[in-house]
Design a protein around this ligand. Structure first.
Ligand SMILES: NC(=O)c1ccc[n+]([C@@H]2O[C@H](COP(=O)([O-])OP(=O)(O)OC[C@H]3O[C@@H](n4cnc5c(N)ncnc54)[C@H](OP(=O)(O)O)[C@@H]3O)[C@@H](O)[C@H]2O)c1
Length: 356
């Protein structure tokens, strides 16, 4: 078994760990991790590894962590009911060759991992979905599913919350890190709503790409935030850059209707300028919490159906610009991980990786 490990207190340091094949106990199953997607979202799992328990999903040696990924796996061996060898699954996976799970609540859609160390963690991350009964699944879009499905789910919930709270049309919606996949998916959905005005805030290197997407009404670089008209506006902060946050809050002040803190892509500048923000306090948007709320409101099957219905047109649209780069083995995973960590990935490209 092979694991890609990251040093918890120095995210730039990585190593490979090899161990013997796991002996399964009754009730366990061994998944072979086929491949997984890697974007800035996974980096924030590492940045908040301690604070939000992301290191707890896939334990590793002392001081090291396995950064959670989304991808596909196959049941290789099983001593558990509801996890037949050969079944192909989508779910939350370690950057490893294998994962031992304890399948529970199995039905035709899949199962949850009831391993005791995962019991207290958010339920959104626990389910393994069988591809043969998954409304999102199409064999020819596996790469896009690995890369964009979890981000699209977040974006669906952002779009839903902004509309639900009457924020979608109370002045423009300013989205930072406008070139990120999460921002793009949110903008794609918001742009379909009547009367929504979208402003993509981005870095100069991503501006042309953002403009070319055709979903933002305007593209404004971070250094030109003060050129925006000062009036009611909503800020959806995906970048998490303290300087950008301060610039938006200082420019709009009390006219800012809502400030939604979604991401920390600019992880080294995340805390900068804290404590001196004019306007409303940023409110952290945590997709698993909003998913629980909408599952209660609508029922989880309806939520899944609504997201899947919105997903397919988005998935098709991304085929027009998304460039998937495949990598295999430790060196490829390490190189892609470091590129994403340092923000060196061109916004139209994304990595799909495999350790074996
Ligand atoms: N709260 C939640 O529940 C939740 C759920 C899902 C995702 N998220 C967050 O959404 C964010 C976006 O994730 P993603 O996977 O969609 O990102 P992505 O597509 O990989 O983002 C790429 C873009 O992020 C910016 N960027 C990337 N690395 C950077 C770095 N080191 N320094 C500065 N800028 C960098 C650049 O955008 P610009 O040039 O446009 O600035 C780049 O084009 C993440 O912070 C993630 O945590 C939050």
């Amino acid at each position: 078994m092979t694991d890609f490990l990251v040093k918890r207190d120095d995210l730039r340091e990585c190593r490979i760990a090899e161990s013997g094949v796991a002996e399964l106990a009754p009730g366990q199953a061994l998944l072979r991790v086929d491949s997984f997607g890697l974007t800035a979202n996974n980096i924030t799992y590492a940045v908040f590894g301690e604070a939000m328990s992301y290191w707890s999903f896939f334990p590793a040696d002392d001081g090291w962590g396995r950064v959670p990924m989304w991808g596909f796996a196959e049941v290789e061996q099983s001593e558990a009911e509801g996890a037949e060898p050969g079944a192909r699954l989508y779910g939350y996976l370690p950057p490893s060759s294998h994962l031992v799970v304890v399948p529970a609540d199995a039905d035709e859609h899949g199962f949850v991992d009831a391993a005791p160390h995962r019991a207290a963690l958010p339920s959104t991350y626990q389910r393994y979905l069988r591809t043969d009964a998954d409304p999102f699944y199409r064999a020819d879009t596996e790469e896009v599913q690995m890369l964009l499905r979890p981000l699209f789910f977040t974006s669906f919930l952002i779009d839903d919350q902004l509309a639900d709270e009457g924020l979608a049309t109370r002045g423009p919606i300013l989205i930072s890190s406008a070139s990120s996949k999460t921002a793009i998916a949110a903008a794609f959905l918001l742009a379909q709503r009547e009367g929504v005005e979208l402003v993509g805030l981005t870095s100069p290197r991503s501006a042309e790409f953002v403009q070319g997407l055709g979903i933002y009404g305007r593209t404004v670089t971070y250094d030109r935030i003060d050129s925006l008209e000062r009036g009611p506006a909503t800020f959806v902060d995906i970048a998490g850059d303290g300087e950008v946050r301060l610039a938006v809050h200082s420019h709009f002040g009390d006219k800012l209707v809502h400030s939604m803190a979604v991401g920390a892509t600019h992880w080294e500048d995340f805390g900068a300028s804290e404590g001196e923000l004019p306007g409303p306090s940023p409110i952290f948007f945590f997709a698993p919490d909003r998913a629980v709320k909408r599952s209660e409101d609508w029922g989880s099957a309806t939520l899944q159906t609504r997201v899947a219905d919105a997903w397919h047109p988005f998935c098709e649209w991304t085929g027009g610009w998304l460039d998937v780069v495949r990598g295999q083995g430790f060196e490829a995973v390490q190189s892609a991980y470091r590129d994403v960590l340092e923000g060196r990935v061109d916004p139209k490209t994304a990595h799909v990786l495999s350790l074996q």
